[in-house]
Design a protein around this ligand. Structure first.
Ligand code: SAH
Ligand code: SF4
Length: 395
C-alpha cells in the first residue's frame, strides 16, 4: 500500500447487467467481449471471429441493432439480440454555441447526467469527455468540484460519449463509401467532469477501445488525459493507456496549490514534478501540458511565472504551458486575470523557451467552457429551491 492513502475512494460500480437482464456489449475489452459471448452460447471455436465481427459493427460502423450485422447468420443475430444490447448514454439536451461549440447533456444509468463538449476547430475537432459524475476532489476554482453527487462512469459510458458525438456529427462511415480522412471528431480530451485517474480502469478500457484500429481508431497522440495530480497513477497512464498527459498545475508554491488543488496536500509539487520527470512517454515530440488557470491576484504574478519555469527546468520536463483564462461561474470565489496580465505571464514563459498558448474560451454562452461543467439536474434542483424560498414555500 502506498504510505499515503488516496484523498478519496472510488465510488459505486455499476453491474454489467442492465435492468431488463440484458448485457451491454459497449465498453467491454476484446477479451471481455469474447468471454461474454462464450458464456452466452457462442461456440468457443467461433468466438474469436465473432468478437472481431461484432466489434467492427459496433465501433467501426456505429451499428446499434444486431439485425443490421449482415455477416452474421440470422439465427445468431436473433440470439444476440435476446441476450445483449448495444447501449450508449442518451442525449437529453444539445446546445450549440455561437462559435459552433456543442454541449450535450447525457443521461446515464441511475438517472445521473454528464456533460460532453464538442469544440470544432479549423483543422480538427476536439471532444471533451467526462470520467465521473461530479468529482470527489474540491479544487476551489472548479465548478464540478462543488457538486456533491459523485459516481464513476463505466467504460461503456465513457466510450459511449464518443459514440454519441459521432452519432450527432453523423460521422460513422458508410460501408463501401470512400474513406474520408478529415475527421470532425479527431481528438479527445479527458477534461470534462471528474478526475480520470480516480477511475483508472474504466478510463483505460474506454480509451483502448477508442484507439483500437478496427474501430474508432484514434491515435493515442490525439487523446489527452488531464489529471489534478494523482501521482501513483501517472506512470500507469503512460504504460497502460499511452496517451498524452496534461497536469492541472495552477500554482507554483505548495501554500497556494494546497488551496487551489487540494490533492496537493497528499502529493505536493515536488512529488508531482518527480513523477512527471519520469513519465515514460514524455519526449520533445510528446510534451506534458501544464494547465495553468489564471486567477487574478492569486497565482498570476511575474514571480509565479518564473517559479513555474524553474520547476520545469529543474526537473528537465519536456513541457508546454497552457494558460487558461479563469471561467467564472455563479458564486465563484475568484476573478479572471486581466488580458494584459495573462499576456505578460505568457511572455515570460515564452522567453524562457516554452510554448505558452492562451486557451481560447469557447462556448461560454452555453456554460460549456472548461471547468464550468456541472450536472444540470443539480443546478435545476438548486434553482427550484431558490424559487421555492423566494415564494415562501419552503418548510
Ligand atoms: N479532474 C481533471 C480533469 C477535469 S478538469 C483535472 O483536474 O485535471 C479540466 C481542466 O479544467 C483542469 O485543468 C481544471 O483545472 C480546469 N478548470 C476547472 N475549473 C476551471 C475554471 N473555472 N476555469 C478554467 N479552468 C478550469
Ligand atoms: Fe475535480 Fe479536476 Fe475540478 Fe479539481 S479541477 S475538482 S480534480 S474536475
Amino acid at each position: 500500500m502506498s504510505p499515503k492513502a488516496p484523498i478519496t475512494q472510488d465510488v459505486m460500480t455499476i453491474p454489467r447487467k442492465l435492468p431488463e437482464g440484458k448485457i451491454n456489449l459497449v465498453g467491454l475489452t476484446r477479451d471481455q467481449l469474447r468471454e461474454v459471448l462464450i458464456e452466452n452460447g457462442t461456440p468457443e471455436k467461433q468466438a474469436k471471429m465473432r468478437t472481431g465481427q461484432i466489434w467492427q459493427w459496433i465501433y467501426q460502423w456505429g451499428v446499434r441493432d444486431f439485425a443490421e450485422m449482415t455477416n452474421l447468420a440470422k439465427a445468431y443475430r436473433a440470439q444476440l439480440a435476446e441476450t445483449f444490447v448495444i447501449e450508449i448514454p442518451e442525449v437529453v439536451t444539445r446546445q450549440v454555441s455561437e462559435d459552433g461549440t456543442r454541449k450535450y447533456l447525457c443521461r446515464i444509468a441511475g438517472g445521473h447526467e454528464v456533460e460532453v463538449v464538442y469544440i470544432p476547430e479549423e483543422d480538427r475537432g476536439t471532444l471533451c469527455i467526462s470520467s465521473q459524475v461530479g468529482c470527489t476532489l474540491t479544487c476551489s476554482f472548479c465548478h464540478t468540484g462543488t457538486q456533491k453527487l459523485v459516481r464513476n462512469l463505466t467504460a461503456a459510458e465513457i466510450v459511449g460519449q464518443v459514440m454519441m458525438a459521432r452519432d450527432d456529427l453523423e460521422e460513422w462511415p458508410v460501408p463501401g463509401a470512400p474513406k474520408d480522412e478529415t475527421r470532425l471528431l479527431s481528438n479527445i480530451v479527458l477534461m470534462g467532469m471528474g478526475e480520470p485517474l480516480y477511475n483508472f480502469d474504466n478510463v483505460r478500457d474506454a480509451m483502448k477501445i477508442a484507439m483500437d484500429p478496427e474501430g474508432i481508431s484514434l491515435s493515442r497522440r490525439r487523446i489527452t488525459l488531464s489529471t489534478s495530480g494523482v501521482v501513483p497513477e501517472i506512470a500507469r497512464t503512460a504504460e497502460e493507456i499511452g496517451c498524452l498527459l496534461a497536469i492541472s498545475f495552477h500554482a507554483t508554491t505548495d501554500e497556494t496549490r494546497d488551496v487551489l488543488v487540494p490533492i496537493n496536500k497528499r502529493w505536493n509539487i515536488e512529488e508531482l514534478l518527480q513523477a512527471l520527470a519520469s513519465y515514460p512517454k514524455a519526449s520533445n515530440s510528446e510534451r506534458i501540458t501544464f494547465e495553468y488557470v489564471m486567477l487574478d491576484g492569486v497565482n498570476d504574478s511575474d514571480e509565479d511565472a518564473h517559479r513555474l519555469i524553474d520547476h520545469i527546468k529543474r526537473h528537465n520536463i519536456p513541457a508546454k504551458i497552457n494558460l487558461i483564462p479563469f471561467n467564472e461561474w455563479p458564486g465563484a470565489p475568484y476573478k479572471r486575470s486581466s488580458n494584459n496580465r495573462i499576456r505578460a505571464f505568457a511572455n515570460i514563459i515564452y522567453q524562457a523557451g516554452y510554448a505558452s498558448p492562451i486557451r481560447k474560451t469557447r462556448g461560454e454562452d452555453i456554460m460549456a467552457a472548461c471547468g464550468q461543467l456541472k450536472s444540470a439536474t443539480e443546478r435545476a434542483r438548486k434553482s427550484r429551491k431558490q424559487i421555492e424560498a423566494e415564494a415562501g414555500l419552503q418548510s
